[in-house]
Design a protein around this ligand. Structure first.
Ligand SMILES: *[C@@H]1O[C@H](CO)[C@@H](O)[C@H](O)[C@H]1NC(C)=O
Ligand SMILES: *[C@@H]1O[C@H](CO)[C@@H](O)[C@H](O)[C@H]1NC(C)=O
Ligand SMILES: *[C@@H]1O[C@H](CO)[C@@H](O)[C@H](O)[C@H]1NC(C)=O
Ligand SMILES: *[C@@H]1O[C@H](CO)[C@@H](O)[C@H](O)[C@H]1NC(C)=O
Ligand SMILES: *[C@@H]1O[C@H](CO)[C@@H](O)[C@H](O)[C@H]1NC(C)=O
Ligand SMILES: *[C@@H]1O[C@H](CO)[C@@H](O)[C@H](O)[C@H]1NC(C)=O
Ligand SMILES: *[C@@H]1O[C@H](CO)[C@@H](O)[C@H](O)[C@H]1NC(C)=O
Ligand SMILES: *[C@@H]1O[C@H](CO)[C@@H](O)[C@H](O)[C@H]1NC(C)=O
Length: 504
């Protein structure tokens, strides 16, 4: 036999060698998978066992707004949360994780792009989490458009070097905090900015510049085509499935040491994504509020009734507002400052900060006596001015890459192939989004039921107390369930008696 192997045809030897190699390879791949599976499963198990507060319908001491980028969270932040909480109660530098230590401050509101792993630093049982979820395709398109929009503001500068220098100066002026410090824009914007300058330089060298395509999503001469963006490793790492990873606490920005290994495992072995998705779903279940970007009217109404109403009643409780106001430095450089910077002066000397500050102060005084109806009114006024400001900025910025211009109509020019690619790369987010829609529908129906009940009862219930009525439907459900069980048990007993009788 040994003799036979030795005299074997060299090609057969080669084939045997190859087979051996394949098996060896396959086994290391398998080992890697097993390792990954263990890491991911261990994490999922321990995450699911972590105690969260037991009453998800009641607002706790600290409100953690887990702001998934490009879900419209900024309007909730400016037009609800900033109207509800005095800035002294906002955790300092909410959007800037670098220097934030929540254990040192007694704050009540934390709004941030940081992921769920932030909870490790917060008093878990005294924290309520809220978030907004968006259709993943829209979220990816919006991430692309926003990256381009912010990056294009730098095109006022003659070259990349001067743009970079200027942004450093602006950062120094705003106490070192800018868009470029905020995840994920701190990666996406400089990358896109470099790309825009490269393309502009290339256009200038070529001389003539006639756009080959009509679609702003595929205008190679002017900007990075959408397809290129979607396939880039940076975007793979921080945009795709971003909502799932953020709610699971596994983003590229996570506080959890093993987050990066887990994320890479999931990116490599698609089947492991289900564990992450499961954790994210459970967390959505436990949140005080889950909004949907596209259902903005219903989402805002629900936010006002569920979150707003409870914040107001907490503020009315005198004990609460006084003794938790410990720090007096946080207003100085709170995120309002930095957030308006995010929107505006990346490239200008001409600050619009003041405009914002005055808008804020108006409503500061009557906060405690606000009703939900008034809150909604304030929100609507605020949102329309916010949208105006936003579209003005967008116009000014996109002008610099004309004829490229993003709009709803222009989105129709995106090829099905690219859209399908986005869906595939965001398969976890697609599922999470569907789940969030279910949660939203369920809670919305329940809330509407409560409000109708309240309206029918001659104003006996204040709008503020709508949330307390939440308990009623569940009591009714419990009663029905008990009844069914009782009937069922009785029926079984009768059946078994019949059987017993038949035996003898
Ligand atoms: C996060 O992603 C960006 C972009 O891909 C990368 O530059 C950065 O190093 C990543 N950070 C970590 C901690 O992996
Ligand atoms: C407010 O504080 C006082 C004493 O500190 C306490 O007796 C009272 O019960 C508190 N009220 C509420 C609503 O917590
Ligand atoms: C506010 O800060 C100043 C110094 O920064 C300090 O002396 C003062 O005690 C603080 N006030 C409160 C109420 O903490
Ligand atoms: C507030 O900011 C100013 C300058 O930005 C600084 O000089 C001052 O010390 C800060 N105050 C506190 C209490 O941090
Ligand atoms: C900022 O303002 C100064 C003078 O006030 C001006 O020289 C400079 O060009 C301006 N920079 C930009 C980017 O507008
Ligand atoms: C500065 O602001 C004024 C009015 O707010 C505006 O007319 C002007 O164009 C702005 N300048 C720059 C450089 O953006
Ligand atoms: C809030 O309302 C109460 C009565 O409901 C009133 O006595 C109080 O003055 C009001 N406070 C403010 C700041 O309007
Ligand atoms: C982009 O298109 C919108 C309409 O969709 C238009 O209102 C806006 O002025 C355009 N912006 C630029 C810079 O051309």
């Amino acid at each position: 036999m040994v003799e036979g192997v030795r005299c074997m045809d060299p090609t057969i030897k080669l084939i045997l060698l190859l087979i051996f190699f394949r098996i060896a390879c396959a086994s290391t791949i398998e080992k890697k998978f097993e390792h990954c599976e263990r890491v991911v499963k261990d994490w999922a198990l321990s995450s699911l066992h972590q105690g969260i507060n037991n009453d998800k319908h009641t607002l706790q001491d600290l409100l953690f707004f887990l702001h998934v980028p490009r879900t419209g969270g900024r309007s909730y932040y400016h037009c609800f949360l900033k109207k509800l909480y005095p800035s002294s109660q906002e955790c300092p530098r909410s959007y800037d994780k670098l220097r934030f230590d929540p254990s040192k401050t007694k704050c009540r509101l934390l709004a941030t792009h940081d992921d769920y792993s932030m909870m490790e630093k917060l008093p878990k049982e005294r924290t309520s989490v809220v978030t907004i979820v968006r259709n993943p395709v829209d979220r990816v398109l919006s991430s692309y458009e926003f990256s381009v929009e912010v990056a294009a503001r730098f095109l006022v500068h003659p070259d990349l070097a001067s743009a970079t220098k200027m942004s450093k100066r602006v950062r120094a002026k705003t106490n070192g905090v800018s868009t470029l410090d905020i995840w994920p824009w701190k990666y996406l914007v400089p990358w896109m900015r470099g790309d825009l300058f490269t393309r502009r330089d290339a256009r200038r060298q070529k001389g003539s510049s006639e756009a080959k395509s009509d679609s702003p999503y595929d205008m190679e001469d002017m900007l990075m085509p959408l397809k290129e963006f979607v396939d880039d490793p940076i975007v793979q790492d921080i945009v795709h499935n971003g909502a799932t990873f953020q709610i699971a606490g596994l983003t590229n920005n996570s506080y959890l040491a093993e987050a990066h290994e887990i994320r890479h495992c999931v990116q490599e072995h698609k089947s492991l994504g289900q564990h992450v998705l499961h954790v994210a779903k459970k967390r959505l279940d436990a949140m005080l509020y889950v909004g949907l970007t596209a259902e903005h009217k219903e989402s805002a109404m629900m936010f006002a009734n569920v979150v707003g109403a409870q914040v107001i009643s907490q503020l009315k409780d005198a004990n609460f507002s006084v003794d938790t106001l410990a720090d007096n430095q946080s207003g100085n450089i709170s995120s309002s400052h930095l957030d308006s910077e995010l929107e505006s002066n990346v490239d200008q000397n001409n600050s619009t900060l003041d405009e914002k500050a005055t808008v804020q102060d108006e409503s500061e005084a009557k906060r405690e006596n606000m009703t939900v109806a008034e809150l909604i009114e304030v929100y609507e006024g605020c949102i329309s001015s916010l949208l105006k400001t936003q579209s003005r900025r967008r116009f000014a910025s996109l002008k610099r890459i004309s004829p490229a211009n993003f709009s709803k109509e222009a989105r129709r020019s995106i090829s099905d192939e690219v859209l399908q690619q986005i869906r595939t790369l965001n398969h976890l987010d697609m599922e999470l989004f569907e789940y969030a829609q279910e949660i939203f529908t369920m809670r919305h129906v329940r809330l509407m039921g409560n409000i109708d009940m309240k309206d029918g009862s001659e104003g006996k219930f204040d709008r503020l107390h709508v949330f307390e009525l939440w308990k009623i439907p569940s009591l009714v459900m419990l009663f029905i369930l008990l009844l069914v069980l009782f009937v069922f048990a009785n029926a079984r007993r009768r059946v078994s008696k019949v059987k017993v009788r038949n035996k003898y």
